[in-house]
Design a protein around this ligand. Structure first.
Ligand code: ASP
Length: 581
């Protein structure tokens, strides 16, 4: 028998019990007469003690144990003289009477402790050692619980989990596909699913009514900060539903996860239209942990000979509470911030509403104090506030001001990781114009239903057509999105036409779905949540990598198994593939 207990289990209640434990040597302290060892397993740490006076030979053996040796010991639970009340086993230790080395270990490349000396690259190369660290393992435990509670909630609401294939043909989520050559069909390729979108819709045609799957998806995108080429979704679809049914069902899931995992009661999730999100926050994923809404100033700033404002499509600003005393240097920092190429503003106008009631702006030359008073009124600013204004083309200016708002949120400490502010963003545009290809693209995907009252606009003003599409946003991060689908063939064909697909192209790519729609497709809709991201937000982490057991780095490499890698010539020959690199 390797163990009677785990290393996280024994407490003062077990005094005097004879136990056998197995685990890794986390740490050892040789104090001359006595040697202490921290024995670690998944469940915790238990202190072992070897005493020179009791058993010289055993103690000598104990002293020789290196870090990360795997050992098995037998001994008696005794009370510790210096207790550690921070851990559950901290009041006891095991007086060892028998020691067996199950496996020795080489010197590990970094400390297996919460505060490690290992850099990112090293830890990823030896990820299996990194995962021994409690702090990392806890993230995986959280992920497990999240998956478990997701399954609980959805099963309780009659969803069934159905696995869909991984070797498929292209799905329409708009990123590049990963492809897999088919040996049996030379010259032909499978694509890995960017999502199970078409399959879940087919399952609705099959009458499955409520589907979900915790599923791997693959997108060959350039990896921005928080992306992985393979990631996991909670993917769901429901039949005979309208948008309201979906919002309620998944708001329920969200609340259930918060309650069961974090013990937090989430009140009703507020809703905002896409148009308002852009107008008041300059983003389709507003961080509503803090207010600082945009105020548009076109009406009150134009016509005073200040060319920047006169020429601008949009003049818009935010009011930073209590920031009027910002020094010149601080304001310059903000100006530099908005002028960074990735933010792209040409300058920043500010206006201080000083404590003494005076109003001073960086454009005093053009505006009298009574005019500035109108600005102050527009923002509802109070004495001590600082107004920050950008001007230019509408979309670009809103985007830049969104960045500035988030920066101010950080500076003012409004973006606390323990505060959770979810939000539904509704009524996304159906289409977006892609300058590069000169074509309209589906903003969500081509199966998304336009709002019935907007269908006529498809011919006259495609950009104005709103979709029955929704995103769930948490603390400024999109965590899920979905839509009510088109479920009849005519509307689907019309949609493909507007997306610039010829009938043949549409048929070649999605003929199976269009065909299916002719055999009695129920009205349906769904949503998918980014599971990795949800877990990382629950864990208070900045990156999804930390909730993935074996993540890839920013170049899409798994440095541990060294993948991707070249393959043998015979393999390529068999696949009838020639590489040109
Ligand atoms: N398949 C969509 C996505 O991955 C989600 C959905 O529409 O259900 O974003």
């Amino acid at each position: 028998m390797h163990r009677t207990h785990t290393c996280g289990e024994l407490t003062i209640k077990d005094l005097g019990v004879e136990v056998t434990l197995s685990g890794w040597v986390a740490k050892s302290r040789d104090l001359g007469g006595m040697t202490f060892i921290d024995l670690r397993d998944r469940y915790g740490i238990t202190q072992l003690v070897f005493n020179m006076d009791d058993n010289e030979q055993l103690c000598a053996e104990g002293r020789k144990l290196g870090r990360e040796f795997v050992i098995k010991i037998t001994g008696k639970v005794i009370e510790r003289s210096s207790k550690n009340l921070k851990i559950p086993t901290g009041e006891i230790e095991i007086k060892v009477s028998k020691l067996e080395i199950l496996n020795a270990a080489k010197t590990v490349p970094f400390l297996i402790e919460d505060e490690t000396d290992g850099g990112d690259d090293l830890r990823m190369k030896y990820r299996y050692l990194d995962l021994r660290r409690a702090i990392v393992r806890k993230n995986m435990e959280l992920r497990h619980k999240m998956a478990h509670e997701t399954r609980n909630y959805l099963s309780n609401h009659k969803f069934i989990e159905v696995e869909t294939p991984v070797l498929i043909k292209s799905t329409p989520e708009g990123a590049r596909d990963f492809v897999v050559p088919s040996r049996m069909n030379p010259g032909e390729f499978y694509a890995l699913p960017q999502s199970p979108q078409t399959f879940k819709q087919l399952l609705m045609v099959s009458g499955f009514d409520r589907y979900f799957q915790i599923v791997k998806c693959f997108r060959d995108e350039d990896l921005r900060a928080d992306r992985q080429p393979e990631f996991t979704q909670i993917d769901c679809e429901m039949s005979f539903v309208e948008q309201e049914d979906i919002l309620n069902m998944f708001e329920g899931l969200f609340k259930h996860l918060f309650k069961s995992i974090k013990g937090i009661d989430i009140a009703e999730v507020p809703r905002m239209t896409y148009a308002d999100a852009m107008k008041y926050y300059g983003s389709d994923k507003p961080d509503i942990r803090f207010d600082m809404k945009f105020v548009e100033l076109n009406d009150i700033v134009k016509g005073k000979d200040f060319k920047v404002f006169d020429d601008a499509e949009l003049v818009v600003g935010i009011c930073a509470k209590g920031c009027a005393p910002y020094t010149r240097k601080q304001v310059d920092e903000l100006t530099d911030f908005v002028k960074k190429p990735q933010i792209g503003a040409t300058g920043l106008v500010y206006c201080r509403y000083n404590e003494d009631g005076t109003i001073k702006s960086s454009v005093d030359k053009f505006y009298l104090e009574e005019e500035l008073q109108k600005w102050v009124n527009a923002f509802g600013a109070e004495k001590g506030d600082l107004i920050l204004i950008l001007a230019g083309k509408t979309d670009k200016t809103r985007k830049a001001l969104n960045e500035l708002r988030l920066e101010m949120g950080n500076r003012l400490g409004f973006r606390n990781k323990d505060t959770f502010a979810p939000l539904w963003v509704l009524d996304f545009p159906l289409l977006e114009f892609d300058e590069e290809s000169g074509r309209w693209h589906a903003m969500h995907h081509p199966f998304t239903s336009p709002k019935p009252e907007d269908i006529a606009l498809l011919e006259t003003d495609p950009g104005a057509v709103r979709a029955n599409a929704y995103d769930m946003v948490l603390n400024g991060t999109e965590i899920g999105g979905g839509s009510i689908r088109i479920h009849n063939k005519e509307l689907q064909s019309l949609m493909f036409k507007h997306l610039g697909f010829s009938t043949e192209e549409a048929h070649k790519q999605f003929g199976f779905l269009m065909d299916a729609f002719e055999f009695g497709a129920p009205p349906h809709g769904g949503i998918a949540f980014g599971f990795d991201r949800l877990c990382s937000l629950f864990a208070g982490l900045d990156t999804i990598r930390d909730v993935i057991a074996f993540p890839k780095n920013n170049s899409g490499r798994d440095v541990m198994i060294d993948s991707p890698s070249t393959i043998a010539l015979e393999q390529l020959d068999e696949l009838k593939i020639k590489t040109t690199v």
